[in-house]
Design a protein around this ligand. Sequence first.
Ligand code: ZN
Length: 301
Amino acid sequence: MQTYTGQGIVEFFGTFKSDYECLQYLADRKWNPENGGFICSKCGHNKFTIRQKNLALDCSSCHHVESPTARTMFHRVRFGLQKAFYIVHSMSCKSRGMSATQMAAELKISRPTAWLFMHKVRSSMASRASTKAQGKVQVKALAYGWKEDFRPKRSHSPKRKKIVSSIEINENRQIVQCHFKHIENYSAKELGKIFKSHISPEAFVVTEKWTGFKPLESDYKIEQKTGNFKNFMQTNYVVHHLKTWFRSTYTWVHPHHMQGYFDEFSFKINRSSSKENIFDSLILRMISAKPLLYRDIRIST
Ligand SMILES: [Zn+2]
């Protein structure tokens, strides 16, 4: 099957008419010769026969049978692959977010089923450290509180959760990529986490004046500026969007899951210039990710 580049719902149902087309898409992507093709997970052999009914591959050497969904995030999806694909499509292509309650009602599945699968999608949206910002970057310490009220400044109130953001901008002052990280406090150790995962030592970083950023100056090119609006215009713009997105979609988010929602928001912002590939790239990530189980996602109490 061709790489799916559609955005709208008509194209989606035109391509993925049933669970079978979704299975076919997964099989094509998973065993694409460009990605290394089929290699038996049991014996390493690369010859196979295809079982037409479920598109599983039967290893010609040891006869281990592997389905297109095995060892992917689609493993044991019991509510149908077409519905699962629809969730991936909605979360990647729709500009507005959807809550698990809305998704459950739309697909006639239970809310916990929708909630769990949506978290699997989010975990695949988490950015990989391979694409570190190289250019100009704004880093700011933020806070949010009750009703997901995000503020583009620090707060030491125990009622407010702490976040650090990094926003890369190009020469035309447009946003290239953004990331958010939940942190325990505003110490250099915690603030340094976003540098480590998302910022190259070559990048030119602007932070607000704060002692927590000082120790990081030995490893990164940091310029401290006053936290006024002009110096962090793009950060303020993104935080405003984040706030609107949360408020229009979710009534409440457990702090334990907040990082997943940040990853979803950033994934979409960071791919807004290459929208035609967004669905396919997310499917590829879900194929290469290790399957997540309910016990990995739920909050241990
Ligand atoms: Zn084998």
